[in-house]
Design a protein around this ligand. Structure first.
Ligand code: ADP
Ligand code: AMP
Length: 234
C-alpha cells in the first residue's frame, strides 16, 4: 500500500514528481489544486465558490477542499494507495486527513525560495490534461502546445507575482509547520528538490525505499512508461 503525501512550497516540483511516481506505482495522483481547477473550469457550484480564492493565491476554505478530496478518495482507484499533492495545507486539514486515510509516508521537498520563484515564472500548463511544462527547463516539443493533446498551454492565473507572494506567505505560515507535525509522527522523509527532474526523482525513489530503476523515463512532465516492481512503504 502506498499512501504518500507530498509537502513543499508552490513550484517545488511536487506535481511533476507526483505524476511520475503515481504512474510508476500504478496509483492515482491526487492534486487538490488540479481538482479545484477542474471544478472551476467546469463551473460547478463548488468551483464557482472556490475560484476567487485560487486566483488570489489564498487557501480555499477547508470545508470546500475537504468535500472535493473526500469525493476523490472515495473512488475505487485509490484502493492500492495514492500520491496526494497539495493537501494538507494547514494543521486542521492534517487532522481531517488522518481521520480519512492513514498515511504511510510524507515527503517534504526542500529547496531555496529563489529556485521556486524562477520555476513558477516559467511554468506553463495544459488546460486539457493538466500536464506541466517549464519554458526554461521542460519545454514542450512544439512551442506553446501540449505534447499529449496539442492544446495551447496557459499560464496559471495564480502564478502572477501578486498571487505568488500570497502563496509563499501562506505556505510559510500555515503549511510549513506540518513538517514538524509529520516528523513527530515518524512519517517524514525530506528530499533535496533542487536539481534536474531526473535527479530529484532518483532521490525520491531512494527516500521511499523503491528500486531506482522502477521508472526509467525521459520526460518528467509527460512520462509514459513504468510499472511497479517492488513494494515500498507499507
Ligand atoms: P508544484 O506542483 O510543487 O507547484 P510543479 O511540479 O508544477 O510544482 O513545478 C513547478 C515548475 O517547475 C513547472 O514549470 C515544472 O515544469 C518545473 N519543474 C519541476 N521540477 C523541476 C526540476 N527538478 N527542475 C527544473 N524545473 C522543474
Ligand atoms: P496547487 O495546485 O497545489 O498550487 O494549488 C493551487 C491553489 O488551489 C492554492 O493556491 C489554493 O488556492 C487552492 N488549494 C489547493 N489545495 C488546497 C488546500 N488543501 N487547501 C486550501 N486551498 C487549496
Amino acid at each position: 500500500m502506498y499512501r504518500i503525501v507530498f509537502l513543499g512550497p508552490p513550484g517545488a516540483g511536487k506535481g511533476t514528481q507526483a505524476a511520475r511516481l503515481a504512474r510508476a506505482l500504478s496509483i492515482p495522483h491526487l492534486s487538490t489544486g488540479d481538482l479545484l481547477r477542474s471544478a472551476i473550469a467546469e463551473k460547478t457550484p463548488l468551483g464557482l465558490r472556490a475560484e476567487r480564492f485560487v486566483t488570489a493565491g489564498e487557501l480555499v476554505p477547508d470545508a470546500l477542499v475537504l468535500e472535493i478530496l473526500k469525493e476523490r478518495l472515495g473512488r475505487s482507484d485509490t484502493a492500492r494507495g495514492f500520491v496526494l499533492d497539495g493537501y494538507p495545507r494547514n494543521p486542521e486539514q492534517a487532522e481531517k486527513l488522518a481521520a480519512l486515510a492513514p498515511i504511510d509516508r510524507v515527503v517534504a521537498f526542500d529547496l531555496p525560495l529563489e529556485v521556486v520563484t524562477e520555476r513558477l515564472g516559467g511554468r506553463r500548463v495544459c488546460p486539457v490534461c493538466q500536464a506541466v511544462y517549464n519554458l526554461h527547463t521542460q519545454p514542450p516539443r512544439i512551442e506553446g502546445k501540449c505534447d499529449r493533446d496539442g492544446a495551447s498551454l496557459e499560464t496559471r492565473p495564480d502564478d502572477r507575482p501578486e498571487s505568488v507572494a500570497t502563496r509563499f506567505r501562506l505556505y510559510r505560515e500555515k503549511t510549513e509547520p506540518l513538517i514538524r507535525f509529520y516528523r513527530d509522527r515518524n512519517l517524514l522523509v525530506t528530499i533535496d528538490a533542487n536539481g534536474p527532474p531526473e535527479t530529484v526523482y532518483a532521490r525520491l525513489t531512494a527516500a521511499l525505499g523503491l528500486a531506482s530503476d522502477m521508472a526509467p523515463g525521459r520526460d518528467a512532465s509527460v512520462y509514459s512508461g513504468g510499472g511497479a516492481r517492488r513494494s515500498g512503504p507499507a
